[in-house]
Design a protein around this ligand. Structure first.
Ligand SMILES: Nc1ncnc2c1ncn2[C@@H]1O[C@H](COP(=O)(O)OP(=O)(O)OP(=O)(O)O)[C@@H](O)[C@H]1O
Ligand SMILES: [Mg+2]
Length: 247
């Protein structure tokens, strides 16, 4: 059943591209996300933070429709996502860069990028040139296998694959995890460029504080499956960092 409907009774904050209300998620009997609310402001970069295992990836997968949820409302771009499939959400404009990148190591760079094409709403079936302009290394390595790329190059490929779907919202799960420090700065520059120059709304999971402070406009902290603090990045105080982020 297609439960997509124009936003009616459930109000979405007009400044938000994505609004989540009362989200509950379970793995079997294990209650992982608890009555979670989240606003993702349109045109901004929001950083989702929190210690290991608090539910960050679970939240992103729930937004993407990759996990069944028990209850809650998700409004995206004026639509109620209901039980829409991950494919449908991708077509509606949610792009996803998963934790650990999940590149197909035996497929070429070009073939990895082509995977995103069916999710385009405009039926274009060619990889847009701007992806190769944004990531020249992907152009150079177009015919190499995904598995031959370095971690940083694979991360660029994973971001490129998400951009091929022509998203309105780009979701990235720990894009700097396991990546050399010099490449981390490059990934940060790319995310900023996508957000500030191209106008993409970004929702990012990131554990590195300096990176989050540089790239994000807003933060949201999860603790044991609950949203415990949100604000502008300037409001991310040392007290919050001590209480919820440092190990
Ligand atoms: N497939 C699964 N089945 C059962 N429990 C799971 C599954 N995936 C995650 N969990 C549990 O759900 C909780 C939240 O996990 P999740 O991966 O969302 O955390 P996270 O904040 O992304 O952590 P990290 O920072 O390590 O990536 C953890 O307790 C985890 O063990
Ligand atoms: Mg995670």
């Amino acid at each position: 059943m297609n439960q997509l409907a124009i936003n009616s009774d459930q109000e979405q904050d007009p400044g938000s591209l994505l609004s989540i209300r009362g989200l509950n998620q379970f793995y079997g009997e294990s209650h992982t996300l608890w009555d979670l609310d989240l606003e993702v402001p349109s045109g901004a970069c929001t950083c989702l933070m929190g210690r290991n295992g608090v539910g960050k990836t679970t939240l992103l997968k729930s937004i993407m429709g990759l996990l069944p949820t028990r209850s809650g409302d998700l409004q995206f771009d004026g639509l109620d996502l209901g039980q829409a499939s991950a494919e449908k959400r991708a077509i509606l404009g949610i792009g996803y860069v998963p934790q650990g990148r999940q590149i197909f190591s035996l497929l070429t760079v070009e073939e990895n990028l082509q995977i995103g094409l069916p999710a385009r709403s405009d039926r274009q079936r060619k990889i847009p040139d701007f992806i190769f302009e944004l990531f020249p290394v992907l152009s150079e390595m177009r015919h190499r296998r995904g598995g031959d790329l370095s971690g940083g190059q694979q991360q660029q490929l994973a971001i490129g694959r998400a951009l091929v779907t022509d998203p309105k919202l780009l979701i990235l799960d720990e894009p700097t995890e396991g990546i050399q420090p010099n490449v981390v700065a490059e990934i940060g520059d790319i995310i900023r460029k996508l957000n500030r120059e191209i106008g993409l709304t970004v929702l990012l999971v990131e554990q590195k504080l300096p990176f989050a402070r540089k790239v994000a406009d807003h933060f949201c902290i999860l603790d044991r499956g609950r949203n415990v603090a949100t604000g502008t990045i300037a409001q991310l105080s040392d007290d919050l960092v001590r209480e919820y982020l440092t190990v």
